[in-house]
Design a protein around this ligand. Structure first.
Ligand code: PMP
Length: 326
């Protein structure tokens, strides 16, 4: 890949065109590739939506320069919006429940954003409510609402998916991605279908997440440590359309913890828990393809490594399982 070799004017131009790298634990004959999203300037997949959504909202005049974007977010989305807002003359305010990672809040502030904390016991719902209250108080303020805004999926339809299909000359057999908002997977699914690809579309969630409810499974809710993917209330995730999913894989925290360590040791990949979950699920899909258990147009699986483990070192990602989850 030859992206970004020329001198660039703005850090926003470094978003996207991330490397696509082989996962070597895949079975023989069915390559698995992962898109390394920590190569983005804010070091996660969410830089894509920060820049794309803000640029579209400025074009559509949903917001004007000097206006304020207010998003309830626990992390990467805030950093992604903060990187873009700083360069696009937009103010950024993030409403973050107190319990979330201090590192991420420091990065948002460093990028010039304001962070408003809400009580942990009010959950994400409390943060969403506070974001809307703040938007009412300010002139020219918008709440992009990544969980409900079609521009989130569109960012991946417009960037992530075409990058993958171009890199593999269209020979994509399956797309496997963890669903937080579901924006990454839904946008990539829309792109695949539009270009006539029958690539298998597979969602990933941690054990304890209830995306299974979308398929009438009455999924058992539980706590999980894997970060950035999964849900406890499918009704808040307006982007996820079960009709677009061919399968949903569920991975345990224990397996994710071991896979993070394996990816670092064996593959030189310093990636976080959602990437490890995606890696496990993508390898499982590759095994199904190898065994002829599923129909795919090509014998290649693609997934996403959403961010880097460095952002979670203080949370003990590489310590013992009990220390990480304790
Ligand atoms: N991994 C990490 C680390 C994330 O921050 C997110 C976003 N919540 C995801 C995966 C999932 O991405 P999406 O919201 O597009 O489903």
């Amino acid at each position: 890949m030859t992206a970004h070799r020329e001198p660039l004017d703005s850090v926003l131009e470094t978003i996207g065109e991330t490397p696509l790298v082989r996962v070597h634990a895949a079975p023989d004959g069915v390559p698995v590739y992962a898109k390394l999203e920590s190569f983005n300037p804010g070091a996660s997949v969410k830089d894509r939506i920060g820049a794309y959504m803000l640029e579209r909202m400025l074009e559509e005049e949903t917001i004007s320069p000097g206006g304020t974007v207010i998003e309830p977010t626990a992390g990467n989305t805030g950093i992604g919006f903060a990187v873009a807002a700083g360069q696009l003359d937009v103010n950024a305010v993030f409403v973050v429940p107190e319990r979330f990672s201090v590192e991420k809040q420091q990065l948002m502030r460093a990028l010039g954003a304001e962070v408003v904390n809400t009580p942990t016991e009010d959950g994400m719902g409390g943060a969403i409510e506070r974001a809307h209250e703040l938007a009412e108080e300010l002139d020219d303020a918008v709440v992009p609402q990544q969980f409900a805004n079609p521009l989130n999926a569109e960012a991946h339809y417009a960037t992530t998916a075409p990058e993958v299909f171009d890199a593999l000359d269209g020979e994509v057999g399956a797309i496997v991605a963890g669903m937080g908002t579901g924006g990454t997977l839904m946008g990539m699914a829309d792109y695949a279908r539009e270009r006539g690809s029958d690539a298998r579309i597979v969602g990933v969630q941690p054990e304890g997440s209830t995306y299974g409810d979308l398929f009438g499974e009455d999924a058992e809710e539980g706590e999980y440590k894997t970060e950035g993917i999964g849900t406890h209330d499918v009704s808040t995730n307006e982007l996820v359309d079960p009709e677009k999913l061919d399968d949903l894989k569920t991975v345990s925290d224990r397996a994710v913890h071991a896979e993070m360590a394996r990816l670092a040791r064996e593959e030189g990949q310093l990636v976080a828990s959602s990437a490890a979950a995606n890696s496990l699920a993508a390898i499982e899909v590759a095994e199904e393809i190898r065994d002829g258990a599923v129909d795919v147009p090509h014998e290649t699986v693609v997934t996403v490594f959403c961010d880097s483990s460095e952002r979670y070192l203080s949370k003990g990602v590489y310590r013992d399982f009990e220390e990480w989850t304790g």
